[in-house]
Design a binder for this molecule. Sequence first.
Ligand SMILES: [Zn+2]
Ligand SMILES: [Zn+2]
Length: 597
Amino acid sequence: MRYEDSYLYRLRHSAAHLLAQAVTELHPGAKLAIGPPVENGFYYDIEFPTQLREEDLPKLEAKMKELAKLDQRIERLEVSREEARALIVDEAIPGMGAAVADYKLQLLEGIPEGETLSFYNQQRTDREGTLHRFLDLCRGPHVDSTKEIKAFKLMTLAGAYWRGDVKNKQLTRIYGTAFETKEELELHLHNLEEAKKRDHRILGKELGLFMFSARVGTGLPLWLPKGATLRQVMTDFLQREQVKRGYDPVVTPAIGSTQLFIKSGHMANYREKMYPIMESGDDEAYVLKPMNCPFHMEIYASQMRSYRDLPVRYAEFGNVHRYEQSGEVTGILRARGFTQDDAHLFVRPDQLLDEFIGVVDLMQCVLKKLGLTNFRARVGTKDPSSDKYVGHDDNWTAAQEAIEAACQKLGLPYEVSAGDAAFYGPKLDLIIKDALGRDWQMGTVQVDYNLPERFELEYIGEDSKPHRPVMIHRAPFGSLERMIGLLTEQYAGAFPTWLAPVQIAILPIADRHNEAAEGLARQLRDTVFDDRPLRVSVDDRRETLGKKIRENQLQKVPYMLILGDKDLEEGTVGVRSREDGDLGAMALATFLERLSV
Ligand SMILES: [Zn+2]
Ligand SMILES: [Zn+2]
């Protein structure tokens, strides 16, 4: 069911009205503007006679609770335009009259003639028999009684211009959230706190993964040694998987002639996301690549291909740049410079199913390795009522069927989203649910009937005639940046041992243990773990052992090995695990055994 049709949506809308009612009682003279439900709650925009502060929210919330408990019936009233005006000016907020009605009157004027005008009224009779009511011009729908609004919280304040126009007056926006049960509300608030602690921008800095510099530019991350190590480990892992699966690596330049991007259609259709054109003296113009695909097209087109050569799979960890609006840049989740784990597969139509199975299998393998086990797929298909699509209907049907069949065969849960395809082909997006229950759209597989057409790609079929291959774009991570952002938040920086930038920190207790610590580090770096040499650091700073332990713990290093006199004598190491704490002294071989399980 769509959120807009759900009970929760109505509940949150009613909570917004309840907030407005509380405001009119506590802040006479406040002018109400609009108060809709939004993704995680609701808000109301209000002009206050004196500036509202965060400290005022608990009082408002208490008033809302009081009003909610009164079990006010929420009733819909349909009225004529004349009645509507009268209600707004005279009755909506008893005693205030026209003085607070500006925004509501403007809203009324904005409703086209002929449209039904409705108010929602929440009213009660008090012990003395006096009728109290609060009416708000609103399309609805709402819940039946304020009593149903029992799990809510006012969250924060923000400024918002009336009608979103900076030329208009700035109003105060009060954000709140509401749920059907107290338990759901508690969980939501808990998750918000957790999300703050896990914010990849904060952790990225604390853990020394990446940084930004105003002198370098907005959205252009600088990868620090630990972050660069993380990238290397991930790249290395995927590269090996790709070699096993018959991919061939290619490398292409950071810039390309505008001619290339005219041919690919990016100059016409993707211009606003591209950095400005660079003119060189010799009448040539270049652009920074926003995508790797056109280069891979050229490589494919450079040779005559036979049906026996297909599929061809070109993979590149391609660094691309896209000019995202500065307001949309978000840490490394949405950067202007990033690296796609890109590949383009050129296949015969009869190979589509097998190739899809291969791609989906690779994606599942990648996510499993990264410890992301809660995911589903969304298959984006044609909007049957539109004719904006390129490629024959038969091809589309075959590709959609192949995508779905691949998901079924591999047991990947999926939903079909009609109209979600690009104009050039159907696609599959992977949606990952993280530890806090948030959805992340990550890896993608995209069938493309457009680029092979534009670049006139061919292969010679068994019938000795030229045929057009189908092209598949795919990126299991989405991008390295986005995936590292997700993993940082998923693990709150405590990456699994195989992925951790530093896997083992050796902590000599005193200077006289430094030499042994260096020797141990060399020995461990010669040890292979998860197909790679162990990543080891030696913390030989002249600090107390307690301080070194604390700091390595904060750096979320999976294991610390502590070396003191007794260890040197007995040939042991003192082991501390990130998860299990002090494990005591043990022989190195015992530790390595433990590490490998
Ligand atoms: Zn409303
Ligand atoms: Zn591509």
